[in-house]
Write a protein that binds this ligand. Structure first.
Ligand code: ADP
Ligand code: MG
Length: 584
């Protein structure tokens, strides 16, 4: 405040000048700021200077008082103390606020942790659920077995009279999207008994013991309402094998599982409570969960077959206007390996495309576009370089021809060089073998043909452009092929090394086990043999593909021509061109 009176002149004045000036009586007054290490000096002739001084400079003070210079000490502590107190008040407020926030969040946690009565399981009654068995298509066996479960609940007497025990636990097993959750909902909708539904992950909470007490609570609720169904979805999230993983596994999960096992044992036979659970990883479930008396009934929900797919497609077309000549059977044949969820998604995407087109009815074109989007990915910008187009075309046609030779002409669904998001070049869509899908078994022959098809792009480039001109276009296919070869040699025993499994069990998800307990039991000599086998099989397969394409060179060039012109060859065109020219 004092300083604001000063307008400082630019003329220099040093510390030693100042001492001289004080002594010679030129200085009128000095303002001293103890904390700032500088002083404002007012000269008698009107000059004003700001001069740096030493901290706690006694010399200036002495000189000033000796020479009767007016000395004003500016105690800035007053100002700063006001500022200080403001700062400390706000700090205090922030502190209080933080404490309040922490208290609030912990009390929320605590109420979540200790509010066992507020179990998250949902009670559903028939009126809540509008799913019926009619909504679940293509899984007749599973639906039949589940209908039986309803009979257990509705007429337990019938079974008791014969001395039969009603099963306590029913486990729905199947790949994702096959309709397990949907089936459970259908039971809820059809059974007319109370239905308690909970996802297994909801048991697992931050605090150890909460999950266990949730399980207890769930079962006691169910017993009150008996007859009743409990449905635990995705049970693998708590039902995993115990005692594995780094540090002995997850305590909370184990306690929850133990409680579940106890509860399953605890309620008496024929008590009218049936526990239904669903999982797509039965292989990782704890053995204790699967023993008789617990989840002893297993119902497999498989991927739908041709007829099933057609039915599912029609279930999901009920609310959608289809064009009159649309044949869902044809689309069922084009969607081998699709799950119920995939098919539902396909019909939904088709309806979206239809709306985007502003057409009134879903046509083959809309479904085709949707199928492409779901399987190959979205279209991106065109490839401009004709050279690159040619290389990609040879890669794709090469694969299609080897596929036609090995798996039959019908197995090629579509060839395209239109780039799609997420892939470098084109795409050859191959229908999976229905037998392989339904049985889950894959033969040595099928694996060999998979490898040959994957390496056919490289084979085509080699014979068309020459060994030195090959590109890395088929990089993804090569790594795919190598993975299959590795599995053939080290897992399935399909090589001269013999029927020996050289990889650890598929327990890798329990990281710790792999790290600590298992050491590879492979001798150096054996790993040398493995490598040799992998190289040998890969090379033989590449040569086989080269032979096939050499034999079919005319067809190869012709199809590439068509592909470069049309950019896409569909099933019909492929069949038409190939059936006359293909040499097996
Ligand atoms: P998950 O087996 O993984 O539990 P969901 O039951 O959740 O599969 O299926 C997801 C969706 O897929 C369902 O809501 C339904 O629309 C469709 N869906 C799956 N399977 C079928 C089926 N068999 N019939 C009709 N729709 C199905
Ligand atoms: Mg599910």
């Amino acid at each position: 405040m004092f300083r604001s009176k000063f307008s400082y002149s630019n003329s220099k004045s040093s510390y030693s000048d100042l001492l001289v000036d004080i002594e010679s009586g030129n200085v009128e007054s000095i303002f001293f700021y103890p904390r700032l290490r500088e002083i404002d000096v007012q000269y008698k002739n009107g000059d004003k200077f700001k001069i740096p001084i030493l901290y706690n400079d006694q010399l200036i003070l002495e000189k000033a008082s000796e020479n009767k210079v007016e000395l004003t000490i500016n105690n800035s502590r007053k100002e700063s103390s006001a500022a200080n107190s403001f700062a400390s008040i706000s700090l205090f407020l922030i502190f209080i606020l933080a404490i309040v926030l922490i208290l609030r969040s912990t009390s929320k946690l605590a109420s979540r942790a200790f509010g066992f009565s507020k179990n998250q399981a949902k009670f559903l009654t028939i009126d809540d659920v509008d799913t019926r068995f009619d909504d679940v298509a293509g899984v007749p066996e599973a639906a039949e077995e589940l209908k039986e479960v309803i009979t257990f609940l509705k007429e337990p007497k019938k079974f008791e009279d014969l001395g039969a025990k009603v099963p306590k636990g029913v486990l729905l097993i199947g790949p994702p999207g096959t309709g397990k959750t949907l089936l459970a909902k259908a039971i809820a909708g059809e059974s007319g008994v109370p239905f308690l539904s909970i996802a297994a992950s909801e048991f697992v909470e931050l605090f150890v013991g909460v999950g266990a007490s949730r399980v207890r609570d769930l079962f006691s609720k169910a017993k009150e309402k008996s007859p009743c169904i409990i449905f635990i979805d995705e049970i693998d999230s708590i039902g995993r094998q115990r005692g594995s993983g780094i540090g002995g596994g997850n305590d909370e999960r184990e306690q929850t599982l133990n409680q579940l096992l106890t509860e399953l044992d605890g309620f008496a036979d024929n008590s009218g409570v049936i526990v239904l659970a669903a999982t797509n990883r039965p292989d990782i479930l704890d053995a204790a969960l699967l023993r008789p008396g617990r989840f002893d009934r297993k119902i497999e929900v498989m991927l739908p077959d041709l007829d099933g797919r057609k039915k599912i497609l029609s279930v999901h077309s009920l609310s959608k206007p289809l064009s009159r000549n649309l044949d869902l059977g044809y689309w069922a044949s084009r969607t081998v390996g699709f799950s119920g969820a995939d098919l539902a998604n396909l019909m939904n995407e088709s309806a979206i495309h239809c709306a985007r087109d502003e057409s009134k009815f879903i046509s083959d074109f809309h479904i085709e576009t949707a199928l492409d989007k779901l399987t190959i990915g979205l279209r991106t910008t065109l490839i401009s370089s004709p050279n690159m187009k040619k290389i990609i075309a040879y890669n794709e046609v090469g694969r299609a021809i080897v596929c036609a030779v090995r798996n039959g002409i019908d197995s090629v669904d579509k060839i395209t060089i239109l780039p799609r998001s997420g892939s470098l070049g084109g795409y050859t869509k191959i229908s999976p073998d229905e037998d392989v899908i339904s049985s889950g078994l894959i033969s040595k022959k099928v694996l060999f043909s998979k490898i040959e098809i994957a390496l056919a792009g490289r084979a085509a480039e080699t014979i068309v452009f020459g060994e030195s001109e090959i590109t890395q276009c088929s990089i993804n296919d090569i790594s795919y092929a190598t993975n299959i070869v590795k599995e053939m040699v080290t897992k399935y025993g399909f090589s001269i090394i013999g029927p020996i499994s050289l990889v650890p069990d598929n327990n890798e998800m329990f990281l710790g086990e792999g790290l600590f307990r298992r050491k590879p039991l492979i001798a150096e000599n054996t790993s040398y043999k493995i490598d040799n086998e992998i190289i040998k099989i890969s090379k033989i397969s590449l040569n086989n593909s080269i032979e096939i394409l050499k034999k079919n060179r005319v067809l190869l060039d012709k199809l590439v021509d068509i592909l470069l012109n049309l950019e896409t060859i569909d099933k019909k065109v492929f069949k038409l061109t190939t059936s006359k020219l293909l040499k097996l």
